[in-house]
Design a protein. Structure first.
Length: 256
């Protein structure tokens, strides 16, 4: 698949959220201690991500936040306690205003998929973007991988593992993002943040009819919460939404 865009890419720093260790059973089966070093195919997962990022014009700096071996072409930064702390570390060290985030557990990530998302984000008019992938594309390309999906007016989708932000704005809005992050497993607290109206639409879309909720409803509400323009970028690249973040995912890939 080929990107329709070939414009000038604003200089960008790529922040790879590499995380930390993996559970003992996964360690025993792989012989490594961190998710970044888990081997998929011909290389550890962090090396697959690096290959994809290095091929993108405009990405001049790559920061690895987490337990990753030192190497050439990137800088390793010590991780914080959670995902958003790691994002803050990356934002604070970024020398550019344009910052692309990727998780380390994307062994199928390609240069073309990263370029598509980065160019679409920079052209979107938003200051925060998030990748969304049609679920059918993921099932077609990776039939053995189970994904968490939601039903929307635009179709059934799964979240991708690429994010993009303007550095100054993202740093300013991190407290609000942290509040949402800490409420993610507490429905009452989450409802207080996102609003009962959107929550009701979400439930109706999942259990009654997906026409109750569209991407624009989510974008509008998140923009109200964060007080900045946001955009969900629908990407036709299933590798963006196919992360290996659990032992059963890794086993499924090993079985082919």
């Amino acid at each position: 698949m080929t990107s329709n865009f070939r414009g000038e890419v604003e200089p960008t720093t790529a922040v790879v959220l590499a995380g930390g260790g993996i559970e003992p059973e996964w360690q025993a089966q792989t012989g490594v201690r961190s998710r970044a070093e888990v081997v998929v195919g011909d290389a550890p997962m962090y090396q697959h991500v690096l290959r994809a990022l290095h091929g993108v014009d405009g990405i001049h700096t790559i920061l690895m936040v987490g337990d990753v071996p030192e190497g050439t072409g990137y800088t390793v930064l010590s991780p914080g306690a959670n995902l958003l702390e790691n994002a803050r570390i990356g934002l604070e060290r970024s020398p550019t205003e344009s910052v692309l985030f990727a998780t380390v557990d994307l062994p199928f990530l390609t240069t073309e998929s990263v370029r598509f998302f980065l160019e679409a984000s920079q052209r979107s008019g938003a200051v925060l973007t998030y990748a969304v992938v049609p679920a059918d594309l993921c099932r077609e390309r990776f039939p053995t991988m189970k994904r968490t999906t939601v039903r929307l007016r635009e179709g059934e989708v799964t979240g991708g593992n690429l994010f993009w932000a303007h550095r100054v704005v993202a740093l300013r809005e991190l407290p609000r993002l942290e509040a949402l992050y800490h409420a993610r497993k507490q429905p009452i607290r989450m409802a207080m943040h996102i609003g009962l109206g959107l929550l009701a639409r979400f439930l109706a879309a999942q259990y009654l009819n997906p026409r109750w909720l569209g991407i624009e409803h989510i974008e509008r509400r998140v923009a109200q919460i964060l007080q900045v323009p946001v955009k969900a970028v629908i990407t036709p690249y299933p590798e963006v939404g196919t992360d290996i973040d659990r032992l059963d995912h890794w086993r499924a890939v090993q079985r082919g």
